[in-house]
Write a protein that binds this ligand. Structure first.
Ligand code: ADP
Ligand code: MG
Length: 399
């Protein structure tokens, strides 16, 4: 990651128009926002710019309206939530470019905030159409991107604008990039990665990239079953992608060649039914899984050994739960290892970075979210970063 400009690099912006890309793709029910986490993440950048006297125009997408105005996906619905979180009045502008935006800017005073309409109402957004980019840019003096979660997409508001206006990373983008850099860019070694979740097929690129980057790869969740099966273990009725045996072997070979130690569970928690606290739940060695049983979590002995691995490491990057954590008792391995990681982080011996939709839920469930060094809520962008891909929205800021 090379250098990018931050808000510290801004000169006097009094009265200047800031086009600020934020993540306002908020969970909604019946037209009301049900979780304002993303707004709170963007608030420091918005308030800092407003505090410096800029006229702040927020740009964001909501849902997938596919280039058409869909009234149920208008960003007018998030105005109340923005006002509440920011503690300031927020104007809504039903366009993203053209004279209506220009007139609104005329009404705004220095330090005022407006949110423009859903960028995806315009076909040019997802096409990164240079005409649309030019039209949006015409109303702004500079561009700030504070939406890491959208940075894996090269759209007009996430990438295009950075090429035609002076471009800066917002505070949330900046902390995300700094955390990710610490975890995989220039990490302190040894580095451990935990990769769990349901399927190998959804994280092939993550696994393939990580084995060349980390010293220890801890594989858990349903995907561990595919690796165990590839090694000749009978996994019974477990979720398992038998057709990926050769792929799993190739990943293990690549790990070997790169000096990466792969950790697969040697004891597991199994049951005959996929339900909470089933009567048939038991812990056994991976070689003792019966034909009618499913592996639903990593076993306690393996978890203890994995904790010892983390104790030897300086950096941890985590994506994917170790078991079917939504149901007791299959949350135990994830909870226990997460607590070990949190304790090591609190002691100052581990930098811990985690991300992924279910991973964030699992770490919240374990009660450790505040103790990790950084938890990314960016979903797709976080996974692409774990795959070693260059994110267009980030690259454009570096240019
Ligand atoms: P993330 O969203 O953090 O990237 P994934 O979506 O890849 O994570 O995986 C999470 C899902 O994997 C959870 O729904 C969890 O129940 C499931 N899972 C984990 N371990 C197993 C297992 N052994 N068998 C079946 N499903 C599992
Ligand atoms: Mg998921």
């Amino acid at each position: 990651m090379s250098a990018f400009k931050k808000l510290d690099d801004l000169g006097d912006v009094t009265g200047k128009v800031a086009l600020v890309r934020v993540d306002l793709n908020l969970p909604m029910q019946d037209g009301a926002v049900t979780d304002d986490t993303r707004v709170r993440a963007a608030a420091p950048t918005i308030l800092e710019l407003a505090g410096k006297g800029a006229k702040v125009l927020l740009l964001a997408h909501f849902g997938r309206p596919k280039g058409e105005r869909v009234s149920t996906q208008s960003l007018s619905m998030v105005v109340d939530c923005l006002q509440q979180v920011l503690g300031k009045e927020v104007m809504f502008v039903p366009e993203i470019a053209g004279p209506v935006v220009a007139q609104s800017i005329g009404i705004l005073r220095a330090g005022d905030i407006a949110v423009l309409e859903n960028t995806r109402f315009w076909k040019g957004e997802e096409k990164n159409d240079p005409e649309l980019v030019k039209a949006i840019a015409a109303n702004g003096d500079f561009y700030v991107n504070d939406a890491f979660s959208a940075a894996h997409r090269a759209h007009a508001s996430t990438e295009g604008l950075a090429h035609v206006l002076p471009a800066y990373a917002g505070r949330s983008m900046q902390s995300e990039l700094e955390a990710l850099e610490k975890a995989l860019g220039k990490p302190e070694r040894p580095v451990a990665a935990v990769v769990g979740g349901a399927k190998v097929s959804s994280k092939l690129d993550v696994l393939t990239h990580l084995v060349t980057q980390v010293d220890h790869l801890i594989i858990g969740g349903g995907m561990a079953n595919t690796f165990l099966a590839a090694r000749g273990v009978d996994v019974g009725k477990s979720l398992c992608e038998h057709d990926l045996a050769a792929t799993a072997e190739a990943i293990l070979d690549k790990a070997d060649a790169s000096g990466c130690t792969v950790h697969l569970p040697y004891d597991v928690v199994v049951s005959k039914e996929f339900a909470a606290n089933p009567p048939s739940v038991r812990t056994c060695n991976v070689h003792e899984v019966a034909a009618d049983e499913m592996i639903l979590d990593v076993g306690p002995q393996a978890v203890e050994a994995l904790g010892d691995v983390l104790k030897t490491c300086k950096t941890l990057v985590w994506n994917g739960p170790l078991g079917a954590f939504e149901m007791a008792p299959f949350d135990q391995a994830t909870v226990a290892l997460a607590r070990t990681a949190a304790a090591l982080t609190a002691e100052g011996s581990l930098v811990s970075v985690a991300g992924g939709g279910d991973t964030v839920a699992a770490l919240n469930h374990a009660g450790v979210s505040a103790d990790f060094s950084y938890i990314s809520t960016a979903g797709g962008a976080f996974l692409e970063w774990m795959e070693g891909k260059e994110l267009p929205g980030v690259k454009a800021l570096e240019a």
